[in-house]
Design a protein around this ligand. Structure first.
Ligand code: ASP
Ligand code: MG
Length: 426
């Protein structure tokens, strides 16, 4: 039984498929995408496809723009970088037609995918289904350019890097598709990065909430906005490999399946891109955290973990982490703030990273934090900061321990074994 038969039934389904840049990377690969789409068509399903630019193309277009203008005008930058996807849709339609499948391509503006006017990070407001429904009704495969839209004034916009995922999910939501399939170069969502832990396992299912945490913690499998969107509109979302014939990928589920015992921890995520800032000798009085972090937020710098030490002699220290790319900007800002509030000094540490354990099972199982901290302690890894959410515990540690930490946690929570449903038991 084929994947499509098993999951979508033998009746006709409406499927949205998204193929990423690697899947579209060469004429040969485009032909293999076309062959896959053709198979779904042959089974009687209606297929809407959205594609990324060929791999490397968006980077090339950004570099080209910057070579002409170091600080390109945002409107014109979107005009340039949206072109990669236009090439992809045309090529894929040609490949489909070569296999005898009728296909029509549409740019975001043609569909139309209406967005706000925030160039390079536009949000989708609505999608006009008319042309898509008409073509599907006539037996065509509809191929829509990912990553792009058009604002109310007709300006071309783009959705942010990795935005084709969001196009796919938004199309699936608008069309009430039976499934949105994201085809990529990995065969699903893993317990952690297999390059660090070879025993990492592919997950059959993961909840939206877990996926959202993993995406925001640095897992690059799906654009975070796409996951938010899918959760909000209850889109059935599946991540699959475009390089494998078989395989069911990972299904992103709305609810954790209560009949099945789920592992407490679903995955270990990590992010190298952390820098720690400490403001030393801060007067310990109301309003100080706001005076320090307010200007940082106003400068659009994301602050992640925050700790304030116990005050002593009327003074305290406040530490927090920011992305490394924002460190210099934050330090310049804080220099001014330091003088204003009369703090002793500001120091920076670029060698931090963040490791997180994620799992919805944490809600009902105590002891995850202690298990995590013990595993790290046994390896002599010093925890510098801790942050938690309902389904995540993150620690900041020195970057040189990142790989070791990920490995020991993967093991401690028995993620490399299949029977990991009791991974909290000591
Ligand atoms: N081509 C765009 C990018 O490289 C969008 C995407 O691939 O999803 O970010
Ligand atoms: Mg992508």
């Amino acid at each position: 039984m084929s994947f499509a038969d098993k999951h979508l039934g033998t009746t006709m389904a409406l499927i949205v498929q998204k193929y990423g840049g690697t899947s579209m990377g060469s004429p040969e690969r485009i032909r293999s995408v076309a062959a896959r789409v053709a198979r779904f068509r042959a089974q009687g399903h209606q297929v809407v496809v959205t594609v990324s630019a060929m791999s490397g193309e968006t980077n090339r277009l950004i570099a080209l723009s910057k070579a002409v203008s170091p600080n390109p005008d945002p409107r014109e930058l979107d005009v340039v970088i949206s072109t990669g996807e236009q090439v992809s849709i045309g090529l894929l339609c040609m490949a489909l037609q070569e296999t005898g499948v009728r296909a029509r391509s549409y740019t975001g503006g043609q569909v139309k995918i209406l967005t706000d006017s925030a160039y390079s990070k536009a949000r989708i407001l609505s999608i006009d289904e008319t042309a898509i429904r008409r073509d599907l009704g006539q037996g065509c495969v509809v191929v829509v350019a990912g990553f792009q839209g058009v604002d109310a004034q007709g300006n071309i916009t783009t959705l942010g890097r990795g935005g084709s995922d969001t196009t796919g999910v938004a199309l699936a939501a608008a069309l009430k598709a039976d499934e949105c399939q994201i085809y990529t170069d990995v065969d699903g969502v893993y317990t952690t990065d297999p390059r660090i832990v070879p025993e990492a396992r592919k997950l059959d299912t993961v909840t939206f909430e877990e996926m959202l945490e993993m995406a925001s913690l640095g897992s690059k499998v799906l654009q975070i906005r796409a996951v938010e969107f899918a959760g909000k509109y209850k889109v059935k979302l599946r991540v699959l490999s475009s390089f494998q014939e078989e395989g069911e990928g990972t299904l992103i589920t709305v609810e954790e399946n209560s009949t099945m015992e789920k592992p407490v921890i679903s995955g270990i995520a990590f992010n190298r891109d952390e820098a720690k800032i400490t403001v030393l000798g801060v007067p310990d009085k109301p309003g100080i955290a706001f005076q320090i972090l307010g200007p940082v937020a106003d400068a659009n710098i994301d602050v992640d973990m925050i700790i304030q030490n116990v005050g002593k002699d009327g003074c305290t220290d406040l530490s927090f982490t920011v992305g490394r790319a924002d460190l210099d900007r934050a330090m310049t800002l804080l220099d001014g703030v330091r003088e204003q509030i009369g703090a002793a000094a500001v120091s920076a540490d670029k060698t931090m990273c963040k490791v997180s354990v994620v799992g919805v099972g944490m809600r009902s199982h105590p002891g995850v934090a202690s298990k995590m901290f013990r595993a790290l302690a046994e390896e002599g890894i010093n925890i510098r900061m801790i942050a938690t959410s309902e389904i995540r515990i993150s620690v900041a540690i020195e970057e040189k321990y990142l790989e070791l930490a990920v490995r020991v946690l993967h093991k401690a929570f028995e993620l490399d074994s299949v029977a990991s449903s009791k991974n909290i038991s000591n």
